[in-house]
Design a protein around this ligand. Structure first.
Ligand code: GLU
Length: 458
C-alpha cells in the first residue's frame, strides 16, 4: 500500500482548543503508527477572521505538545505552499478543470458546483424560496469510525463566492487531492460536509481518501459540545499553568480512544504502537478536568527529582518571580520542592503550598489557631519542645519522630500532644507535608525561632 498521508488543517480563527489539539494528536498518532506523513495545512482563506497571532498560537501549541509535522509551514515539503491564502493559483487551475468538465455555472456572480441528475423546481417552505432539486443517488461514505453513512446531496452549491473567494468545501477538497491525502481524520462536526466533498472528489475524477470522523468532546457539565468559551478549553491555559504536555497528550489520547484495556498512564511510544482508527470510540467523550488534573499529578509524581525541581523553578520564574523562594539557596529550594512533589496536583499549587517555608512573614490560619489553643496546655508543650530541642535528633524524619516521642514520654505524653501546636508554630496551617519533614527541611534554628515566636505571642 502507498504511504499514509494525513493532514491537520486548522483555521487560525481563534485560540487553540482541546478539540483541535485532539484532532491534531490523532492525525499525528496515525502518521507515526503507520510510518506515514503528517501535513500541517493552514486553512486561512477567511481573511477577516484569521490573524497572524492565532497562527502563532497554533505553531506554539503544537510544538509544546510535541506534535511535529513533516510537511507544512516551517517544515517545507513538495506539496506547498501550505497556507491556503497562498494557493490561489492552485484553486484557479482546479476550477478550470471543473469548468472544462462542464460541472460549473455562474449565477448571481458566484460559481456553483453542478450535480448531475434530473432537475425539478420546488418551493422550500423553511427557506421560503424556490430551489432546484437534483435527483441523485445518495452519497455513501464508508467512515472508518462511523461505519457506513448515507447522505443525500441534492442541491448545487457555491464553490466560489461573488467576491471571488473560494468556499471552504472547494479548497479543502482541492488541497486534499493536490496534497495526495490518503486519510481525512477530523471532527465529527465535518461529517455533514463530507457528502459535498465526496461529490467534488468524484467530479475531479480523484480517488476518495478514507474518512475518519472523530466523535465530539462534550462539555464537562450539561449537554452539548465543548466550546472555546468553556472552562479548561484552551491549550495555552494548561501551558500557562505549568501542566506537563506529556500528561495532557496522554489525557487527550483517552478522550475517544483506549488501548483495549483500562490502562491510563502510558508512554507515548506505547500509544503510537497501539493506536489505530477503528479503535476510536463511536460515542462522544466527555471532558473531565479532574481526570486531567489527576493525570498531570501522576506525571508530576513520576518526574525524576532533577526535572521536577527544574520545572518548579521555571514555574516560579514565570508566575511568582518575586517570591522569596527564588532567593533561597538552591539546595534548600530543592529540598522544599521534593517535599512538595508527592503532595501537589499541579505546579500552580507550589507558590502557596510552600510559601511559609521561604519566609518568616507567613500567616496563621485563625481557625486552626483557635482549635489548637483550646486543647490541653499548648503553651506548656511549646516550652517543653523548646527546652528539649537541642537534644532532638534531626538526622531523618524517623529520627525526629522517635526523639519527639521520647521527649513526650518523659512528660507522660505522646507525639500527638506536640504535633498540632508545633505545626501551628512552624507553618501556620494544617495542610502540608508531615511535621517531621517540615522540621527536617527547616532545620533546628528556624524551628526554634518559630516555636519561640508563637510562645511569645500566646
Ligand atoms: N479548517 C477546518 C477546521 O478548522 C478543517 C476541516 C478538515 O479537517 O477537513 O475545522
Amino acid at each position: 500500500m502507498s504511504q499514509v498521508r494525513v493532514r491537520f488543517a486548522p483555521s487560525p480563527t481563534g485560540f487553540f482548543h482541546i478539540g483541535s489539539a485532539r484532532t491534531a494528536l490523532f492525525n499525528w498518532l496515525y502518521a507515526r503508527h503507520t510510518g506515514g506523513v503528517l501535513v500541517l495545512r493552514i486553512e486561512d482563506t477567511d481573511k477577516e477572521r484569521n490573524s497572524e497571532q492565532f497562527l502563532n498560537v497554533i505553531y506554539e501549541s503544537l510544538d509544546w505538545l510535541g506534535l511535529n509535522w513533516d510537511e507544512g509551514p516551517k517544515a517545507g515539503g513538495n506539496f506547498g505552499p501550505y497556507r491556503q491564502s497562498e494557493r490561489s493559483a492552485v484553486y484557479r487551475e482546479y476550477l478550470e478543470k471543473l469548468k472544462a468538465a462542464g460541472r460549473t455555472y455562474e449565477k448571481d456572480g458566484a460559481v456553483w458546483f453542478k450535480l448531475i441528475g434530473e432537475r425539478t423546481e420546488v418551493f422550500d417552505e423553511r427557506r421560503q424560496k424556490t430551489v432546484t432539486k437534483v435527483k441523485v443517488e445518495p452519497t455513501v461514505i464508508n467512515d472508518l469510525i462511523r461505519g457506513r453513512v448515507e447522505r443525500v446531496e441534492d442541491e448545487d452549491f457555491i464553490i466560489v463566492r461573488s467576491d471571488g473567494n473560494p468556499v471552504f468545501h472547494f479548497v479543502n477538497v482541492v488541497d486534499d487531492i493536490a496534497m495526495q491525502i490518503t486519510h481525512v481524520i477530523r471532527g465529527e462536526d465535518h461529517l455533514s460536509n463530507t457528502s459535498k466533498h465526496v461529490e467534488l472528489f468524484k467530479a475531479f475524477g480523484a480517488p476518495l481518501p478514507q474518512f475518519a470522523h472523530i466523535p465530539l468532546i462534550l462539555k464537562q457539565n450539561g449537554p452539548g459540545k465543548m466550546s472555546k468559551r468553556d472552562q479548561g478549553a484552551l491549550i495555552e491555559e494548561y501551558q500557562r499553568r505549568g501542566y506537563l504536555p506529556a500528561a495532557l497528550v496522554n489525557f487527550l489520547c483517552l478522550l475517544g480512544w483506549n488501548p483495549g484495556d483500562d490502562r491510563e498512564k502510558m508512554p507515548i511510544e506505547e500509544i503510537i504502537r497501539l493506536f489505530d482508527l477503528p479503535g476510536i470510540n463511536q460515542s462522544n467523550a466527555r471532558f473531565d478536568d479532574k481526570k486531567l488534573a489527576h493525570m498531570n499529578m501522576v506525571y508530576l509524581l513520576g518526574l525524576p527529582a532533577d526535572r521536577f525541581v527544574e520545572r518548579a523553578r521555571t514555574y516560579f520564574q514565570l508566575h511568582a518571580a518575586d517570591a522569596p523562594a527564588l532567593q533561597a539557596e538552591a539546595a534548600y529550594f530543592r529540598e522544599v520542592m521534593l517535599l512538595s512533589q508527592p503532595k501537589i496536583k499541579g505546579l500552580e499549587e507550589l507558590p502557596a503550598y510552600t510559601q511559609y517555608l521561604f519566609t518568616e512573614d507567613y500567616g496563621t490560619d485563625p481557625k486552626m489557631k483557635e482549635k489548637v489553643m483550646a486543647r490541653g496546655d499548648p503553651k506548656a508543650r511549646l516550652g517543653e519542645l523548646i527546652a528539649g530541642l537541642a537534644a532532638l535528633d534531626f538526622s531523618s524524619d524517623s529520627a525526629i519522630e522517635e526523639s519527639i516521642k521520647a521527649l513526650a514520654a518523659r512528660h507522660g505524653l505522646g507525639f500527638g500532644d506536640y504535633q498540632s501546636v508545633a505545626r501551628l508554630a512552624v507553618s501556620g496551617t494544617n495542610v502540608g507535608p508531615s511535621l517531621t519533614s517540615l522540621f527536617r527541611v527547616l532545620g533546628k534554628e528556624r524551628v526554634r525561632q518559630r516555636l519561640e515566636r508563637l510562645l511569645a505571642a500566646v
